[in-house]
Write a protein that binds this ligand. Sequence first.
Ligand code: DI6
Ligand code: FE
Length: 400
Amino acid sequence: MRCDRVWRGARLATLVEGADGLGIVEDGLVAAKGGRIAYAGPADGVGAIEADEIVDCEGRWITPGLVDCHTHLIFGGNRAHEFELRLAGASYEEIARAGGGIVSTMKATRAASEAELVASALPRLDALLSEGVTTVEVKSGYGLSREAELNSLGAARALGVARPVSMTTTYLGAHALPPEAGGDKDAYIDGVIGLLPEIARSGLADAVDAFCEGIAFSPEQIARVFTAAKALGLPVKLHADQLSNLHGAKLAAEFGALSADHLEHTDEEGAAAMAKAGTVAVLLPGAFYFIRETKLPPVELFRKHGTKIALATDCNPGTSPLTSLLLTMNMGATLFRLTVDECIAGVTREAARALGRLDEVGTLEAGKSCDLAIWNIERPAELVYRMGFNPLHARIWRGQ
Ligand code: DI6
Ligand code: FE
């Protein structure tokens, strides 16, 4: 086989579906050609290889490049002041109802140009990349007007051009009610739906998301958004059952959503419906931690029904100012009692599935994009066990 680059002397966690655990290969080799994986597996499982460059990994571990499948990286300002208010006793919902929360970020986002949004998001993106992230999802949802939502999606696309990373973007117009809507949620949802054809035509968004919650939008309003999105061929995902159980998980499953995210209050019916529909449960322990939530997502029910579980940072200024997928894994294990294997699969294979990109990324398999994270660790558990330490040795995106 003739290829561009070979990494040998590595231990692989291939994450191949159906393999035991992490799909470990002790004496492993990865070969790249044209930015894609030409071979990943046992060194003795492939014939003679010629390559322009051969890298000796000296026993290091290689995982698929990490995938952060739920972020709100694009926003103006920050909410450090509200953090202080919360420390003084105010709740997240009280702050939101008093006009703070998402609406305060909306004002800062509307005041920023696309270039300013990109500039303020780049350090957050760089923090993710420094830990081996090679695919990121970014949502709009802090603009809440036609111009500001399109600006945010444009900024998200521009982020993906500014750095070597695969970017997927999501239109989250149904995130919160802007003040100029005068309290009329149905009319605002009409506007969100009205923008969908332009979003679809422009190619600015790969999916549509919404926030199903008392402080946001009702299941009926979300069903209207999802019906319109699907008619335009846009896949959907949902912020579901984060603060209360409005049966968002079941709603997401009914629409064949790629994922339902948060899910602290999801019940067994929702977990089972998600498994049946192939809707991934994206758990967000950063938000759980930051708002001091006490209701745990029903991990046992997801296991029982075979619902796939992913983990993401939910990086956002209000409930999860978190830019570390490694710390997210630690929180997934410590707070949600996920196993090491579940955590690592949750930021690779299952996160890729939650984006509808499993055919491209998320495992070490021939044909996929050659996105690798090479780690200075002795065993995979080290990726989950440490807090605030980055053992990344090298990050490879599309074979480079
Ligand atoms: N759920 C969340 O945790 C974030 N958005 C959402 O739908 C919070 C967004 C914020 O407070 O800025
Ligand atoms: Fe979110």
